[in-house]
Design a protein around this ligand. Structure first.
Ligand SMILES: [Zn+2]
Length: 258
């Protein structure tokens, strides 16, 4: 689309479909980490959230109705990671599927002896290449309170979307050049190995031990804490903090309350 046409449409969306002030204030009050930025950036977050709502489709399952309050809660949190790098990073999918609660998925794996094992996995969210993104409303709803644990399901799944912009999720999102890629592999690799060693020795960690599953989970889980518990994350993972600050072009720890 031509750039001027896109801008004109965006301006029209912002005029006609602006999030009502009381609803926006309610959302900021419920999810305080949305305000870990200066006032201008919080205002831009509101605009980008409006554009996100205009571009994406929400579907509730089993009769769940996704009302405006729920849609804005999800959209605002989803827009946090792309506030500086741009909403276009989410162009690869349209749909967001909201379940009332976590979903139990049937999984199977084949062991080295060729035996297939079946197991159940409880999912609070899931992102697939090409979409849709699935979320459990219970987890989204609790995001204000669970932030101190560094937990945020929306940011987790949408960081997987960023990761998958250049193929399957592998912990390496598209990066501007070879130098940044080398830097990414070096820092993320070292931090991931160190984290796995801490989990193996049963240390208490800010990040959910689930982050030790794979580098892509480490990237997603670290990003949750970076945005919702930034000061704690900076203390525990200073190098990873700097890496994510460079990628997202944001510095939430500088604006979070002590
Ligand atoms: Zn994940």
């Amino acid at each position: 689309m031509r750039a001027w046409l896109k801008r004109w449409r965006e301006t029209r969306t912002l005029d006609k479909r602006a999030i009502p002030e009381p609803l926006w204030q309610l959302t900021l009050a419920r999810f305080p980490f949305l305000s870990f930025r200066d006032a201008t950036d919080v205002a831009r977050l509101r605009d980008i959230t409006t554009l996100f709502l205009a571009r994406k489709e929400f579907t509730g399952t089993h009769g769940l109705v996704v009302d405006d309050e729920m849609a804005v809660a999800i959209a605002a949190q989803a827009c946090v990671p792309v506030l500086e790098i741009g909403l276009d990073w989410y162009d690869g999918f349209i749909g967001i599927v909201v379940h009332a609660d976590a979903v139990v998925a049937q999984r199977e794996y084949t062991d080295d002896a060729g035996v297939v094992h079946e197991y159940e996995e409880e999912l609070s969210g899931e992102a697939m290449h090409g979409g849709p993104v699935m979320l459990s409303w219970t987890d989204v709803d609790e995001a204000g309170e669970s932030a101190e644990l560094g937990y945020n399901v929306v940011i987790h799944e949408f960081v997987h979307v960023l990761d998958m912009r250049n193929g399957q999720a592998d912990g390496i999102p598209p990066l501007p050049d070879r130098h940044s890629r080398d830097d990414w592999l070096r820092v993320l690799g070292a931090e991931y190995d160190r984290f796995c060693a801490r989990v193996d020795s049963d240390e208490d960690t800010l990040l959910d031990p689930y982050a030790a599953e794979a580098p892509e989970e480490f990237f997603a889980v670290a990003s949750e804490a970076f945005f919702v518990a930034p000061r704690h994350f900076l203390t525990e993972h200073p190098q990873m903090y700097v890496l994510l600050r460079g990628f997202f072009r944001q510095d939430p720890a500088a604006h979070a309350p002590p």
